[in-house]
Design a protein around this ligand. Structure first.
Ligand code: WTA
Length: 640
């Protein structure tokens, strides 16, 4: 078998070679994906690529007879060939805090922690929760879990105790890693005490046996004897070598919770072999990986983007990653440009929200920085407007960098649609073309395929190696959520438009998921949190366009008693039930919600009214109470 389609580490693909990959992946997917799997080092190489099936019970299985360990792929094989190469450059938010870890150093630190986990009784298949800010220990913890075969569950620092408790219970995590206190600019986040409260809330449902506390600020925090352990003391007791567990390609590597349109957050399960192949493949192809790159993906590790492009993709490829703890504009604007200049960052992968915020600053901020080390810029998480795209290209890229907008999801494991750097000509504002092996299709609401130019529901007709395998503990929910809207297809939840020549433009979620600054928020989660307030009869959360955040969250709330209800109660309920990050932009206290005669809330109307988009409200006579519409419009106007 030839290796024609496996780019050797660092060789730039030509547009022609890339097109060849697209064709090969389409016509010979088995051969193509077995070749791509050779990017990894397998204990037992797979003989079959996919045996996935989108019908009946739905089966997502890649490389089923292969065995490998993800941490060996990210560490050991590089330690053998390039032990002194820098794996990770970390900078803290306080001036002068910097740490540079070679692959050998990173390997040793991962092994010490892996030994601690084994000593604490963590076994293959157990879940371990990681609740840490952007410190090296977060990445070390993920790889240490992978080493011992534990399934990591990284939890966002912005979740409330209730939000954490829900995820701890669902995953049955046996060990938790948390920070003493995390910092976010001038704010301090009491990670340990929030975690204590979360575990207490789990009550008898808690499986947590130990909490390892990582010193981030060095603050004094309460320690529960027997349960809580100090990270630094524990790793110091262990050896710097640790044998890696033999894992089947289908063994889960991690769970990651994300929001959908209904019910509680779901823990998407990513398998080891398929996910890691996709991470390595996409990191190399989308970002034109070169061995001397300093690759900086600014995403938090609690996000899928952090999993795939801070940790697994670049480290599997033996790259040097940049990790920065601080905010872009604290204590003053320009921090991230300084990180780029200080460290010679070559690839900078961030979100449109960050770009929009930077555009608003004095242009002298970005113009006073060199940024000449950059060669590729990327964005993810929400659509980037042509205006922001051009600003990013001209001001940050100084006109000479490739800009890649990347469309993908927690469920897809890695980038799916993009203008791969150097291979596909970008079109500002468009997500561009599906990667090799991504069989994107557009379907109309009847499930009929849209051909040629057109618009429809964005679906995938075939599995790809990075596809999530299931929802933790609820495979039927997985099937129902993703495979029933368009039977025989994976349904993304997004709408898209396609041009005659095959370029895709993402039009946004078609379900009740709101994307606030790249944070995916299920409106049902918000409404559930508000419902815990007994003064509330019902509420509806909707998304509206927002200049800076992409979308803003707006809540309509019907109180039990008009006049006495204070809207701040909504904020309190959302902050407690979900987290401060999800507190709505605006709250409208109203008498009732627009409903059909069968009692279904007409969200389309609420979205339009909240966005002051009063044209084409449609036929209101089908509403149970058509008068409510004018009342709602008046309420929204009054708060303008
Ligand atoms: C949206 C983030 C437009 C989309 C990796 C998707 C985007 C959801 C883009 C997934 C993009 C992500 N252009 N929209 N380039 N990237 N989205 O799971 O609605 O946090 O369904 O994954 O973000 O968000 P998630």
């Amino acid at each position: 078998m030839s290796d024609a389609f496996v780019t050797p580490g660092g060789a730039t693909l030509s547009a022609g070679q890339y097109d060849g990959m697209v064709r090969e992946a389409h016509t010979n997917p088995e051969v193509f994906w077995l070749q791509q799997a050779r990017r990894l080092t397998w204990q037992t190489p797979p003989t079959q690529a996919s045996r996935s099936d989108f019908t009946q019970d739905v089966r997502i299985e890649w490389y089923a007879d292969g065995f490998l360990n993800a941490s060996e792929n990210c560490l050991d094989r590089h330690v053998r060939t390039q032990p002194e190469k820098t794996a990770l450059i970390w900078e803290g938010q306080e001036a002068g805090q910097r740490e540079v870890l070679s692959y050998r150093h990173l390997y040793e630190r991962v092994c010490r922690l892996a030994n601690v986990l084994r000593r604490l009784g963590v076994k293959k298949g157990d879940c371990v929760a990681i609740h840490l800010p952007m410190v090296a220990e977060g990445i070390i913890a993920m790889l240490a879990c992978a080493r011992v075969g534990a399934v990591h569950v990284v939890l966002f620092g912005g979740f409330s105790a209730e939000g954490l408790a829900e995820r701890l219970t669902d995953s049955a995590a046996v060990v938790v890693l948390t920070a003493d206190v995390a910092r976010r600019g001038g704010k301090r986040i009491p990670s340990k005490t929030t975690m204590d409260e979360a575990i207490a809330r789990c009550g008898a449902a808690s499986a947590v046996r130990h909490v390892l506390v990582v010193p981030v600020t060095g603050a004094d925090v309460p320690m529960q004897p027997g349960r809580d352990l100090r990270y630094a003391e524990e790793v110091a007791k262990e050896a710097a070598d640790c044998p890696a567990e033999r894992m089947n390609a289908l063994d889960p590597l991690f769970l990651l919770y994300t929001s959908g349109s209904t019910g509680r957050p779901k823990g998407l399960v990513h398998g080891t072999g398929g996910y890691l192949t996709w991470a390595a493949f996409t990191h190399a192809v989308v970002f034109d990986y070169k061995p001397d790159d300093i690759f900086w993906c600014t995403a938090d590790v609690s996000w899928i983007t952090g999993h795939t492009y801070v940790v697994y993709g670049p480290l599997a490829n033996g790259a040097t990653i940049m990790v920065y703890e601080g905010l872009p504009s604290w204590p003053e604007p320009g921090q991230w440009w300084d990180v780029i200049d200080r460290n010679g960052v070559t690839v900078f992968y961030t979100s449109p929200t960050v770009v929009r915020a930077a555009m608003r600053e004095d242009e002298a901020v970005v113009r006073s920085r060199s940024l000449k080390s950059l060669r590729i810029l990327g964005t993810v998480g929400e659509p980037i407007s042509p205006e922001a795209w051009h600003w990013f290209h001209d001001e940050v890229g100084k006109g000479h960098c490739a800009v890649v907008d990347t469309w993908w999801q927690t469920e897809t494991g890695g980038v799916m649609i993009t203008a791969a750097a150097g291979c596909v000509v970008p079109r500002p504002g468009a997500a561009a073309r599906p990667l090799p092996g991504v069989e994107a299709v557009l379907l109309d609401t009847q499930g009929k395929e849209v051909t040629g130019a057109g618009e429809g529901l964005l679906c995938m007709a075939q599995s790809w190696p990075g596809q999530a395998m299931s929802i933790w503990g609820d495979h039927d929910r997985f099937r129902q959520t993703y495979f029933t809207t368009c039977p025989g297809h994976y349904f993304t939840g997004d709408g898209a438009r396609r041009e005659e020549d095959g370029y895709y433009w993402i039009t946004g979620r078609v379900d009740d998921v709101v994307n606030v600054s790249g944070h995916r928020i299920g409106t049902a989660e918000i409404e559930d949190a508000i419902a815990t307030d007994h003064e509330v009869v019902e509420s509806a959360a909707v998304g509206i366009p927002h200049d800076l955040k992409g979308q803003g969250l707006v809540v309509f709330v019907v109180p039990r008693e008009q006049g006495v209800f204070h809207p701040s109660a909504v904020n309190t309920a959302v902050a407690a039930g979900v987290g401060r990050y999800a507190v709505p932009e605006k709250i409208y206290v109203v008498r009732d919600l627009p409903k059909t005669r069968s009692g279904k809330i007409v969200r389309r109307l609420l979205r339009k009214i909240a966005a002051h988009d009063l044209e084409g409200l449609g036929d209101l006579s089908t509403l149970a109470d058509p008068d409510i519409v004018d009342e709602l419009i008046a309420t929204v106007k009054a708060q303008e």
